[in-house]
Write a protein that binds this ligand. Structure first.
Ligand code: PLP
Length: 470
């Protein structure tokens, strides 16, 4: 054993090897290589001392082994961490896959904002300091009908800021039916506790009435809060008090704030096409609410952000709060959000620019055309493919009950279990293709796949078939 340990070459000897030199030339970061080589040498020494580890006979073999380990480490290190994924799940706002994709215009604007200086906090007219809160405020006001608005890191941050700044140590009344947990362990009750607001629950899980709020309102009440139930839907014997009525109750009972966490916050009226019953942000605000908050990367189709819109008096208080600095967004977010919001002013064509909105509105026929394009390009030798219909989901906690008729390409894989193909598509393909197995087939929903991705999917499937069925 001692002899084995002694035969481990010194790090500086390995560094003289041609193979080491070649790796350095290829990748080039000698300091980290030396560190890794030391770690691998140490690991091998310990495994020899414990009488475990690889069977290596000569000094040459050990040297090769260590260089192999180093090479693996280098290649792994250079693997992409945040990598592109093709979403063939049909879930449009897939939170695990990054929710909404940016429009081309938004992506270009991000690039420009990243490359150059900007007037992020600079007033170009006067040459004085400006405010980043001012950059998009007028566009948000125009899109939502709000008196004032600001943007923070995400909607969770928006909810927190509103509660912390406006209701700390005071009572906030919420219907029991709206005390939901929204994926990623964001709980309305917990965020309220964090903020220092005192939660006053009213009503029951399924029904909350006007009188429930009226009975609970008192001296200590700072706010009546309504929360979008997101992924959760109560059906059957249910009742909620509409926002409009909450504002009336507030007016007649000491005028506490009325705030709704809209969650997804549609800027476009999807209802008009029979898709869901999501109120637009404008509709929510026109009911007289003091404030609403919503995400930038759900139905809006922009970057991760939280938008707070409502009465100027309260937005001004929020902008001045210490937390506004903690939760502020960067220039890249503002750049993406600006172009996304501008698309809403360009009519039908503008809406089509925003991928998430386009995917929600796209007809089954358009999706079927893409599915046929994929089908027509597939040339399997043993597998077979078919066009099927199914339903896609909007996702991201929005419109949980809405199903969008879609077109799916299903693949029957013969002897290979579909789950294996699903796994391989995910792991071995560049980019990763995320899909699912259903009814003993591989199931690719084309609603969330764009035209350019069809060729990538085709190539990957062909390669997989020949690899797995050989
Ligand atoms: C999604 C959601 C949130 C959290 O929004 P993020 O932008 O993901 O932080 C908060 N409240 C509701 C009702 C939601 O649907």
């Amino acid at each position: 054993m001692k002899e084995k340990v002694r035969s481990i070459p010194a790090v500086h000897d390995i560094q003289k090897e041609t193979r080491f030199q070649l790796l350095m030339e290829e990748i080039g970061e000698p300091s980290i290589f030396t560190k890794w080589l030391r770690e691998e040498t140490e690991k091998l020494r310990n495994s020899f001392l414990e009488n475990s580890g690889p069977t290596l006979h000569s000094r040459e073999e050990i040297k090769d082994y260590l260089l192999d380990r180093l090479q693996d480490k280098i290649y792994n290190f250079n693997e992409e961490r945040l990598c592109r994924v093709i979403n063939a799940t049909g879930t449009i706002l897939h939170t695990n896959l990054g929710r909404s994709n940016l429009s081309e215009a938004a992506a270009q604007k991000v690039l420009a904002a990243a490359r150059h200086y900007s007037n992020l906090e600079y007033n170009i007219t006067t040459g004085d300091r400006g405010s980043r809160h001012a950059v998009l405020e007028d566009i948000i006001k125009e899109t939502t009908g709000a008196e004032a608005a600001m943007v923070v890191n995400n909607n969770a941050a928006a909810v927190y800021l509103v509660l912390k700044a406006l209701t700390s140590n005071k009572e906030v009344i919420v219907s029991r039916g709206q005390l939901v947990e929204i994926g990623g362990s964001f709980r309305v009750s917990s965020i309220m506790e964090e903020s220092g607001a005192k939660l006053v629950e009213v009503g029951t899980t399924n029904k909350t009435h006007r009188q429930d709020y009226e009975k609970a309102i008192g001296e200590e009440t700072a706010m009546l809060m309504k929360v979008h139930k997101s992924n959760f839907k109560t059906i059957g014997f249910t009742q909620e008090v509409p926002l409009q009525e909450l504002t009336e109750i507030a007016k007649e009972n000491g005028d506490p704030l009325v705030y709704e966490d809209l969650g997804s916050g549609a800027l476009y009226d999807f209802k008009q096409h029979g898709i869901g019953d999501e109120p637009t942000v404008k509709e929510a605000l026109s009911s007289g609410a003091d404030l609403v908050t919503f995400s930038g990367d759900k139905l809006l189709g922009g970057p991760q952000a939280g938008i707070i819109a409502g009465k100027k008096q309260w937005i001004d208080t929020l902008k001045k709060h210490q937390l506004a600095r903690v939760l502020r967004v960067d220039k890249l977010t503002l750049a993406a959000l600006e172009e996304t919001l501008k698309s809403y002013f360009k009519g039908e064509d503008g809406l089509k620019e925003i991928p998430a909105v386009r995917m929600v509105l796209e007809s089954q026929q358009t999706v079927t055309n893409r599915a046929n394009k994929l089908l027509n390009g597939l040339r399997f030798s043993t597998w077979t493919s078919n066009l099927e219909s199914d339903v896609s989901k909007v996702g991201g906690g929005t419109m949980p009950e809405v199903t969008l008729p879609t077109a799916v390409v299903s693949i029957t894989t013969g002897t290979i279990p579909p789950a294996t193909v699903v796994e391989k598509l995910r792991i071995t393909c560049q980019p990763a293709i995320v899909t699912r197995a259903k009814d003993n087939k591989v199931w690719l929903d084309l609603r969330t796949v764009n035209g350019e991705e069809i060729e990538i999917i085709t190539t990957s499937l062909h390669r997989l078939e020949s690899e797995l069925e050989k």
